[in-house]
Design a protein around this ligand. Structure first.
Ligand code: SF4
Length: 302
């Protein structure tokens, strides 16, 4: 359920489909990642207390007992001060008798502005899950796409969230460094995953969205995207080099609309099976002749 206006786009992770989407900011404060067009043209804004309260009241009037999970939108709710977030979480707990937990996207610089102690307070207040688009653990790749942090900082983000006892759903983008930087991106990303040990790990394939700077670079011949088999070879290199403790479980999913082959595994237990599945996919994808037709509107352009 969502009660703010649709004048600007609303995004949420698929797993938050049944949550109350509470908009606390509009757009994304960073809004500079070259592969992203989610909030193109949207003026970033922090919603006022009154605007947030109005949505909470509307959700309460609609189905007070039905609200169990809440997702704080838009792109980086953690840009709000800890104090403000704690006040919103308090209001949610007071309003919805069956409130279970809250989640939000986590832009890296916002997490780095918060201490582990602040994150722990937020977790104890109900913000239990963060969706973190790390995209890559490689500094060169991150700089090329304007992510705003380097590889080391990316790792620090994940570690801080885990140290606060929050669940961490982390996303990486296959093909983000193109053909040329694929190996570098894969190895540094595998290292970052091993260091962070996320609760959930998602791998999506790069899509060149209309309005994104990366698409313009591609059109000028300045970005050479990986073909489908190359994306899977990159994923193989990542999974092969990820080392997670045997007694931990990381849910791996690669089933976004951008993925050529849906994959699912629990790491590290299913690592060998996952590598076998990837190898099979590589063999099959290499048979594609005219592979660009398999991407939306040529090379994944929306
Ligand atoms: S990827 Fe996330 S942080 Fe980057 S511009 Fe898009 S919404 Fe903002």
């Amino acid at each position: 359920m969502f009660f703010d206006s649709y004048d600007t786009p609303v995004f949420r992770p698929p797993s938050e489909a049944r949550s109350f989407i509470l908009r606390v900011t509009r757009g994304c404060a960073h809004n500079k990642c070259k592969y992203c067009n989610m909030y193109e043209g949207v003026q970033f804004q922090v919603l006022t207390e009154e605007e947030v309260d109005r949505q909470i009241m509307m959700a309460a009037n609609f189905n007070k007992r039905g609200v169990r999970r809440v997702f704080l939108a838009d792109g980086d709710a953690l840009v709000l001060s800890t104090e403000r977030l704690l006040a919103i979480l308090k209001k949610l707990r007071e309003t919805f008798p069956n409130f279970e937990r809250c989640a939000s996207y986590a832009a890296p610089k916002d997490v780095l502005r918060k201490s582990v102690e602040e994150l722990r307070m937020l977790r104890e207040a109900g913000l239990e899950l963060l969706y973190y688009g790390m995209e890559s653990g490689d500094s060169e790749t991150l700089a090329a796409v304007n992510k705003g942090v380097d590889g080391e900082e990316s790792i620090e983000v994940g570690k801080r969230v885990k140290a606060a006892g929050m669940k961490l759903s982390m996303m990486i983008i296959l093909g983000l460094a193109g053909r040329e930087g694929s190996k570098r991106h894969a190895l540094a990303t595998a290292h970052a995953i091993s260091e962070i040990r996320p609760t959930m790990l998602g791998a999506i394939c790069l899509m060149l969205y209309r309005g994104s700077e990366l698409k313009e670079q591609f059109e000028r011949g300045e970005f050479d995207p990986l073909p489908p088999a190359g994306l899977m070879e990159e994923l193989r290199m990542i999974i092969e080099n990820v080392n997670l403790p045997e007694d931990e479980e990381c849910i791996f999913r690669s089933n976004h609309i951008s993925n050529y082959v849906p994959l699912a595994a629990t790491l590290p237990q299913d690592k060998e099976q996952l590598l076998d599945d990837i190898d099979y996919s590589i063999t099959e994808l290499k048979k594609l002749k005219d592979w660009d037709v398999y991407n939306h509107d040529k090379y994944g352009t929306y």
